[in-house]
Design a binder for this molecule. Sequence first.
Ligand SMILES: [Mn+2]
Length: 274
Amino acid sequence: MVGLIRTLGISPWLARILAGRGIEDPRQAREMIQPELCPSHNPASLPGIDAFLQRIEKAIRSHDRIIIHGDYDADGVTSSALMLYALQRIGLDCEVYLPNRFESGYGIHPDWVEQQKASGFRLIITTDCGSTATPACLKAREIGIDIIITDHHTPDPDLPGTAAHVNPHLPDSRYPFKELCGAGVALKLAQALTGLVPPSFQQTYRQEMPVELAMIGTLADVMPLVGENRRIVIDGLDRARAQPSPGLQALFGKPACRRQLSMLKQLLSRLRHG
Ligand SMILES: [Mn+2]
């Protein structure tokens, strides 16, 4: 504790709170109290990232219509919205499908895959689901529609016939942080797609990245608030406060949300300015 007080120049109270959480290492302690120092890892080490980027490049060349299959919960909705943001910004023709919890249940189903093929889509991308969707992948291969799985649930490493399978939990993953939610994975993929955005738009693409959506997914899926998740949440809070997306603005317009937001603003300014 004395070490933390000396190295970080923090109060004995703060050092005691950190020690109570088992945090005695100064680097860990600094990330805890200054989350903007938490790392944002390079998406290039995500498993499946090369195959993902190659298939998106092919989609650009062949003008493939793409359908994103999200999920009905907060992480499923925000992850698909993030993926939509990225793909539309690189000029792709892209739509989102969100299953109904009561009618379709969780996950991607073979008959849905068949319907997409019939509707003229050439590529399916899942967000926050699909990790064990062997029947849907087999159907896609059988009828000739490509499928990319992006998810954070425990994966089946041998999903058949996927064009890419991106999940930090895959056995061959070299990604340094496993605890991303579905929207966290989508955010990393959106960051990886920056290279496919025309150079003159890349700065805007980065600035307008709706990281607050990844924050909502991370909080709603109750992911551990350590490492990169801490960074996602602090970046998301900053953006939600400064430049909320139209959807968030509409939510913030509701009286209950407005109260929460003003509390959040006060809390953030206290946290930021001591
Ligand atoms: Mn999730």
